[in-house]
Design a protein around this ligand. Sequence first.
Ligand SMILES: Nc1nc2c(ncn2[C@@H]2O[C@H](COP(=O)(O)OP(=O)(O)O)[C@@H](O)[C@H]2O)c(=O)[nH]1
Ligand SMILES: [Mg+2]
Length: 414
Amino acid sequence: MASAPSFDKDQVCLWGSPGSGKTGFLGCLFNLGGGADGWVISPGGIEGTVAAQTLLDARRGLEEGTINPTPPRSSYEPLTFTLRRSDDGLKHSLPISLTDPAGEFSTDVVRLQGEGRAHLDLLVRGSGIVWLLNAERASDVEFTNLLKQLTLITQEAHSPRVNVPLALCLSRIDTLDEDDQVARREDPEEAVRDHLGPELYALFERIFPTRRCFAISSRGPEEGTINPIGVNDVLTWLWEQRQQRVRTARFQQIPKRLRGLTGIAVLVVVLFGVVSWGLPVILGFFRTDVVNVGNTEAVNVGPPPLGPQVAASVTLSPTSLTFASLDSTATLTATVEDAGGTVISDATVSWASPDEGLATVSSAGLVTSVATGSSTITATSGSASGSASVTVSPVASSVTLSPTSLKFAAFGAK
Ligand SMILES: Nc1nc2c(ncn2[C@@H]2O[C@H](COP(=O)(O)OP(=O)(O)O)[C@@H](O)[C@H]2O)c(=O)[nH]1
Ligand SMILES: [Mg+2]
């Protein structure tokens, strides 16, 4: 049997404005093992002494309520450790590599574009984001700032969608009234939408299809002690996302090895279906399937994409041209699509013919046959291109004989 594929640690990035509780989130991880379903970091699960010291410092800061701002840097050594949880005798582990950047990167987009480029990369290519929104502060949701951050993120991803799981957390909820805390915990999505406002929330929804809202407190209700609220839920969700990723990766490995076997298995199942249930059942099966696919698709359909669209493919129509005579023309049309398959209607397309002695092409895609032979015409938009084949093979339209009459003086004469 093939061994299970190995998967790296989850690269998770904390994000949020200064004081939103990112470092506090780190600090509470050392102290999560509350109930039977709680996540814990075993001291042996921490890689490197620096990570252990950083976690301890973060924990102390949270306990004492001291403010130790994380300094802005162009790169941070991620903290690598394994969280473990056991429930009903089953042991789960979440190997994690956590980055805790300075909050300035999320409030100063100029800085984010310069010194913080590597963080942007991590945000769009990592395996999770824990984005903290300080429940106490409305300034966290300054519209233009968040809009700029989200724009930079989609630009960095070269896509209007970012497929990194996003835990959107209303943080430090212990600072709210008891009643408010209960309400936020009961409906975290409503709490986050309420905090961000409907427009910003819709943007997050559109950009991050894999997303969950949480209402958390790293410190918990009492000053001087650490009794986190809701942090276990965040970690369990990240763990679920990881499980899903691992399953998908394993599944993708199956067809390569078992392609032949899979084909035979499908054939056997289909034949069995035909024999025992007849065609109506099979057709019914396909109908259900179509409905399911439809539902799944509907979830992913969102409003139009944000930011400039980047050409990912160019398709020519028709894909081949055949000219039966020289100096005749035909028009090719190019359809440019972005990575999400959306047509870019105003894309700039340039046309090229590698062999102008055979066929020429105008800037509008008008192809003219010049000489016999075959070649290709290419249309390029940005870094994407598509081509169509061109064949010029003139067919004779009339045959003229010369001379047009012959006279013979005798049979057998030449
Ligand atoms: N009451 C309360 N204070 C917190 C919580 N998390 C962090 N803090 C405190 O808030 C301040 C700023 O938090 P910090 O984690 O450093 O924010 P960061 O800038 O996002 O890393 C510090 O004094 C922390 O001790 C929390 O859940 N509840
Ligand atoms: Mg910090």
